[in-house]
Design a protein around this ligand. Structure first.
Ligand code: AGV
Ligand code: CA
Length: 315
């Protein structure tokens, strides 16, 4: 998994760890929609909750071409202050993690089966890894990327931009362009489909009714923090990454379309994903069975985990 530490990404990591038939072999964190140290802390604590701290975390120190707003990047810091996580013992030195590109190369080189790469942030590490060691491409079964806006508006609103791009593509448009050009088996879960799965009160309320389950309670706390998303007058936080993550487990609930597309890497539409005849082959999700998806997430969050007192008390 490649993520970028936003609340949504952390929930996606949590969801991925509940999937019984998925073996997670590594998690890379990129400081795109987060500051890296708090994101590493939350990621590691989530691994600990599942007793899976043996899964290696990789650290990226890349600066994207188009930085995320600092107000967004600071949000995940609140996660580590939640009563459930604040006292958990945490002995990991965030400066001693393996470099993300190296971890990706190592894990793919060692893999004895085809690997799926789930990306819920920018794709820079993957593109860098393939450039460095092109042979690892053969180890990749498919890449599932929360990214793009094909037949809908983007979500980037900033200077020098006309609003057509989605943020994960926009952060590093050059890598995004190269990912499309690589014609690696790629499925994009773009805004076209994530727009249909907002966080809403009904979903949060159903989650709260099952908060006797530890993970449901924790996830409810995470999502509550997205209610005043910034700018709050714009309020709408979506299950962007969570939807892409669920694709790993319930792909048949999605409608996919084969398309040809390119990525623009210059203003005023840097990061725009454009459908054109002369573009590169990839698949995009255009629809999802919403009810099944929400049910699926609620159900996975009933997964029981074994809590060791030492973790929660921090002694
Ligand atoms: O563009 C969606 C991506 C997803 O990977 N991120 C959030 C998800 O993790 C960027 C983003 C768009 N709008 C945001 C975002 C917002 N209001 N707050 C934080 N991040
Ligand atoms: Ca993300």
């Amino acid at each position: 998994m490649e993520h970028d530490g936003a609340i949504d990404d952390l929930l996606s990591q949590l969801l991925l760890l509940t999937m019984k038939d998925v073996e997670v072999i590594g998690i890379n964190i990129t400081p795109a929609d987060c500051f890296i140290e708090p994101a590493i802390e939350s990621s590691y604590k989530i691994l600990q909750l599942f007793g899976k701290e043996n899964i290696p975390l990789g650290r990226s120190d890349k600066n994207g071409i188009n930085a995320f707003p600092n107000e967004w990047r600071a949000r995940p810091t609140v996660i580590n202050a939640l009563p459930t996580l604040i006292n958990m013992s945490y002995g990991l030195n965030p400066y001693c993690l393996q470099n993300a590109v190296e971890l990706l190369i190592d894990k793919l080189a060692m893999a004895d089966r085809p690997v799926t790469i789930l990306i819920t942030g920018p794709c820079s590490n993957l593109v860098r890894a393939i450039k460095k060691e092109p042979y690892i491409k053969e180890k990749i079964e498919q890449v599932v990327w929360m990214g793009g806006a094909f037949r809908t508006h983007g979500n980037v609103q900033t200077y020098q931009h006309n609003g057509t791009a989605e943020w994960n593509v926009y952060w590093d448009p050059k890598s995004s362009k190269e990912l499309f050009e690589s014609e690696i088996p790629l499925v994009c879960i773009p805004l076209d489909v994530t727009n249909s799965v907002p966080i809403n009160k009904d979903f949060l309320s159903r989650l709260a009714f099952q908060s006797d389950y530890f993970l449901s309670n924790l996830a409810g706390q995470f999502w509550a923090l997205t209610i005043d998303t910034i700018p709050s007058y714009h309020y709408l936080y979506f299950l962007w990454d969570v939807l892409a993550t669920s694709f790993i487990s319930i792909p048949d609930e999605f409608r996919l379309e084969e398309v040809k597309a390119v990525v623009s890497d210059r203003p005023p539409n840097a990061g725009q994903t454009l459908l054109i005849e002369t573009g590169h082959n990839l698949r995009i999700a255009t629809n999802v069975n919403k009810n099944v998806f929400y049910e699926y997430v609620l159900n996975q969050l009933k997964t029981e985990i074994i809590l060791h007192p030492i973790m929660v008390n921090g002694h």
